[in-house]
Design a protein around this ligand. Structure first.
Ligand code: THU
Length: 144
């Protein structure tokens, strides 16, 4: 289903709003995410840092966990809004997004007016997924 410009703009605006809630005292780098579900709901997330740096949760994963907690697991797109230039999701977030939507459109926005659109298929070309868990003796993708 094509994503209309109107919904893209709404996702970007919602991600920017979520960025305002970021808890980023260590990096000073605020990120917000807005995740659109199949039934048109938007779930938001921001980055939540920790004094034990490695426990930081990115905005994208916060949004996924918020949606899943609400019982929603099917998604149409995510917008990510960062301070300054637009940033692509980190590897951990790509993998977590891929669990639910391996071909998800990913809209990236910085502080300017422009945004760009990528897909998770390009961002994470060979994801680890549950196929690999259930066939210990055979390669589930022998021709890849
Ligand atoms: N961060 C995100 O929330 N999402 C991204 O796509 C990139 C990085 C956060 C993690 C950390 O709080 C800060 O940005 C700097 O890495």
């Amino acid at each position: 289903m094509p994503l209309h410009e109107e919904i893209i703009e709404q996702l970007v605006a919602t991600a920017r709003e979520a960025r305002e809630s970021a808890y980023a005292p260590y990096s000073g780098f605020r990120v917000g995410a807005a995740l659109l579900s199949d039934d048109g709901e938007i779930f938001t997330g921001c980055n939540v840092e920790n004094s034990s740096y490695g426990l930081t949760c990115c905005a994208e994963r916060t949004a996924v966990y918020t949606a899943v907690t609400a019982g929603v697991q099917s998604f149409l797109a995510i917008a990510v809004a960062a301070d300054g230039v637009s940033v692509p999701p980190c590897g951990a977030c790509r993998q977590v997004l891929s669990e639910f939507a391996p071909a998800l459109p990913v809209i990236l926005a910085g502080s300017g007016n422009e945004h760009r659109m990528l897909t998770l298929t390009n961002l994470l070309p060979e994801p680890f997924n549950s196929d690999f868990l259930h066939s210990p003796a055979t390669d589930p993708h022998p021709n890849d």
